[in-house]
Design a protein around this ligand. Structure first.
Ligand code: GBH
Length: 488
């Protein structure tokens, strides 16, 4: 399983769209420019620099000052879609509903959207990709205060819809609520870094944060539908991330149940309320009891009513893991569904070749199975809003070596084949694919060493150089869409 197979270049529907994704804090830089307020990532990276491997997003790819050139680059790559996020504290420096709007920040995004339109690239805009205004944590704990946060997020969303919604038709409220909840408020490896060691209540915080995100998402989807969709005619969705899980021992019923349970704790946590309009999965209720917040009857009614407002399932997916049942009882701050996860099964087999990141192994069969699992459970069209990988050792290569990214080309090819099989063999509706990422950028706690880009970034000169995977994708999408005989 450790050798990589080549892609079969399987077909994709003619109207299948492809694009590339980024996030504000990872590429923009300009962290203190033109009146931007501090976000939790400015604080997290500056206060204890070791938490971000000594790096920070002060400059990043300097996209804030190089945006027109970057959009030219996107055009040359042949992107249909560019997925980016808005930095909340760039346009409302203190974040709250009574705080001032920073017009310079609004202008930056207006210019970006105009440049994209001029080059025929469709924007897909995420409102929240992890960079909360620091002031919201200082004032009331941000996500930990549901009512306050929801009201401030509604105000921020309204501002974005009213200023950008004439040209933006695809809106994502939150990127990866799982990561915001668990990595921000349980392990603490991402901002704001809440964990047991820093004195926070990891038994309840992740679940409270998740609850706030679900209710805020639902409310903003309703606001868009009521106040903006009639004139703007766009759509809203949320982006969920997660691995596929296979049983550690394929003969063990306990491990099979553990794999299913792990999926419900990862995807079901958010997708059951949002895409089914119902309470959290029963396995979560059973294990977590009162640690898991309750939806009031009114909230459940609102959830039910807003299911149809979500026009697609945004999926960020990278890899597959094995799940092994742990003995009861679960730890009092367990977030996994009492599961141990790993890359090696009971036969000693690896799930797939390892990329430049330890958690990311090449396992396209898992991706195909996940697409089916999601389709069966939620029956909603899926857009892959992130997928990609760094090549092994990529950060220690010369430019010439780094742009010859054969490992990435094979990974992407196999994952696109998996989408094709999901569509044509398994009957899953997948509508698009956005590669992570447009260019090498700030990889959160890992700093600048992991390189996920299809374009190389030189952090000294800030020069961008497309890698071979960029032209591979351009040609592969053309070829796959032409090969399609199915006329979807
Ligand atoms: C996405 O998260 C993000 O949306 C994007 O910003 C990011 O750059 C991209 O992935 C690549 O990482 O270190 O073993 O604790 C993906 C979800 C969750 C995957 C945290 C890595 C850390 C695993 N990520 N996880 S570990």
């Amino acid at each position: 399983t450790t050798a990589q197979k080549p892609s079969k270049d399987l077909p994709l529907p003619r109207d299948f769209v492809w694009g590339a994704a980024t996030a504000a804090y990872q590429i923009e830089g300009g962290a203190f420019q033109d009146g931007k307020g501090p976000s939790i990532w400015d604080m997290f990276s500056h206060v204890v620099p070791s938490r971000t491997s000594g790096d920070n997003g002060d400059v990043a790819c300097d996209h804030y000052n190089r945006m027109p050139k970057d959009v030219e680059l996107m055009e040359s790559l042949g992107l249909d879609v560019y997925r980016f996020s808005i930095s909340w504290s760039r346009i409302i420096p203190l974040g709250g509903r009574h705080d001032q709007v920073n017009e310079a920040g609004v202008t930056f995004y207006n210019n970006l959207i105009d440049q994209l339109a001029a080059r025929n690239i469709t924007p897909s805009v995420t409102l929240y990709h992890w960079d909360a205004p620091q002031a919201l944590y200082d004032r009331y704990g941000a996500f930990l205060n549901t009512a306050e946060f929801k009201a401030d997020f509604e105000n921020y969303a309204r501002l974005c819809f009213s200023r950008f919604g004439d040209r933006v038709k695809e809106w994502v409220t939150f990127n990866e609520p799982y990561v915001i909840s668990v990595f921000g408020h349980h392990s603490g490896s991402l901002a704001p870094g809440h964990n047991r060691a820093t004195g926070f209540d990891t038994k309840t915080e992740p679940w409270r944060v998740g609850h706030t995100i679900i209710l805020s998402h639902t409310s903003v989807a309703q606001i868009y539908a009521d106040e903006f969709r009639p004139t703007q005619e766009g759509c809203t969705a949320i982006v969920l991330n997660g691995h596929m899980y296979e049983p550690f021992d394929s003969n063990s019923n306990a491990d099979k149940a553990a794999a299913r349970r792990r999926m419900e704790f990862y995807f079901g946590w958010f997708a059951d309320p949002i895409y089914l309009g119902q309470d959290y999965p029963a396995v979560m209720r059973a294990q977590l009891g009162s640690r898991l917040p309750k939806f009031s009857p009114d909230e459940l009614e609102l959830l039910r009513k807003s299911v149809s407002l979500n026009t697609f399932f945004g999926l960020n997916h990278y890899s597959t893991k094995y799940a092994r049942a742990l003995p009861d009882p679960p730890a009092d701050d367990d977030i996994t569904g009492n599961v141990e996860e790993g890359a090696i099964n009971s036969e000693g087999e690896e799930i797939g070749p390892v990329s430049g990141m330890i958690w990311l192994r090449v396992a396209p069969e898992g991706f195909r199975k996940l697409l089916s699992w999601l389709w069966k459970r939620y029956s909603i069209p899926i857009i892959i809003t992130e997928n990609g990988c760094p090549c092994p050792g990529e950060n220690n290569m010369t430019l010439e070596q780094a742009v010859d990214d054969q490992f990435r080309i094979r990974y992407l090819g196999l994952y696109l084949d998996a989408i094709s099989q999901a569509i044509y063999t398994d009957g899953v509706l997948v509508k698009g694919y956005y590669v992570w990422s447009l260019m090498d950028n700030f990889e959160w706690s890992a700093g600048y060493s992991p390189r996920f880009g299809i374009v190389h970034t030189d952090y000294k000169t800030l020069l961008r150089t497309p890698k071979k995977s960029a032209s591979y994708l351009k040609h592969s999408f053309r070829h796959r869409r032409e090969r399609n005989q199915h006329h979807i």
